[in-house]
Design a protein. Structure first.
Length: 315
């Protein structure tokens, strides 16, 4: 066999291998970009172009979607418009799964207890007991909603004992500071800003809820494109590793994205308790969360919690 034929065969084999590899990859990956409460992995991954670089050779387009609501993220996955939610709280995950949305946990993100809070309007020092009959604003179907229900329950009350107004956290902060509502369900830099305006925290998740933020994936995507799925998980975990080894630089990126000071970014980082690999404790937490959500009318149909966590999320 002469050299020209050998070269042609080698080129053909390389092209065939590249085609086969590309065929196993999607043309595009749709993933959320959610900065709040302080999703530093998501921020770093996007701002440093880590996903784009990881999929550059395969020519996969990365489509970033700003969808802050966990409920809307679940709906987008159900319709096939979204492949990954970079950050979703497990309350939203469970409610989406209970509604039949084909969603699963890809990897962990954070266990933030202090980053979520019920905050009272400036000039008042309220306790959870004082919320009876009061107007409380915040996002329905989220860990903040779960925090409100859990704190009321611990004081012998229910959500029916307050006037709950479904509202985005940013709008809830504005309503609290203007005195239009008595308390708001806020997170991260919104809590800090409310404190700066004279508002006081009524309760955080401590003692009420064990919050867990995770990356979720559309199940059919993980099944159809296992290599791409694993690569997204690897990049997300690589972002966390980079944050831990380049903390000062990472905090500067996070502070700029959130519009906060470096000191506030450090505070939010400390509150977030970032992680990546789920454990049996996380499975148990999901089971307890599901029981709570069902018992309190926030979720109708139970699901097999363990089936929601893909094997890659625990290794």
């Amino acid at each position: 066999m002469n050299m020209k034929i050998k070269a042609a065969l080698a080129a053909f084999c390389c092209a065939a291998a590249a085609f086969a590899q590309a065929a196993d990859m999607p043309k595009a990956i749709s993933i959320t970009y959610v900065k709040a409460p302080f999703n530093l992995q998501n921020i770093v991954m996007k701002e440093r172009g880590m996903l784009e670089e990881a999929f550059k050779q395969e020519g996969v387009e990365i489509k970033w979607r700003v969808i802050n609501s966990g409920a809307v993220q679940g709906q987008a996955m159900a319709s096939g418009d979204l492949d990954f939610s970079a950050v979703m709280n497990t309350a939203s995950l469970l409610m989406a799964a209970g509604a039949g949305n084909p969603i699963a946990v890809a990897t962990g993100v954070a266990h933030p207890k202090e980053i979520f809070a019920i905050v009272g309007r400036p000039g008042e020092s309220l306790s959870v007991k004082d919320l009876k009959g009061k107007r409380v604003a915040g996002p329905k179907g989220t860990v903040l909603h779960q925090l409100l229900v859990a704190s009321l329950l611990k004081e012998g009350m229910s959500i029916n004992d307050v006037e709950f107004i479904n509202m985005d956290p940013g709008a809830a902060m504005t309503a609290v500071l203007s005195g239009k509502v008595d308390a708001g369900l806020l997170a991260a830099n919104l809590v800090i800003k409310a404190h700066e305006a004279g508002a006081k925290t009524i309760a955080t998740c401590e003692g009420y809820v064990e919050p867990n933020l995770v990356m979720t994936v559309r199940k059919s995507f993980a099944q159809d494109y296992p290599e791409a799925f694993r690569k997204v998980v690897e990049v997300n975990r690589a972002a966390l590793e980079w944050i831990r080894t380049h903390q000062d630089e990472a905090l500067q990126i996070g502070a700029k994205a959130q519009g906060v000071s470096i000191d506030d970014a450090k505070k939010l980082y400390d509150w977030s308790n970032f992680y990546d690999t789920l454990t049996e404790a996380d499975i148990k937490g999901l089971e307890l969360d599901q029981k709570f959500l069902i018992d309190n009318g926030m979720m109708e149909k139970a699901v097999d919690v363990r089936s929601l966590v893909l094997p890659e999320a625990m290794k």
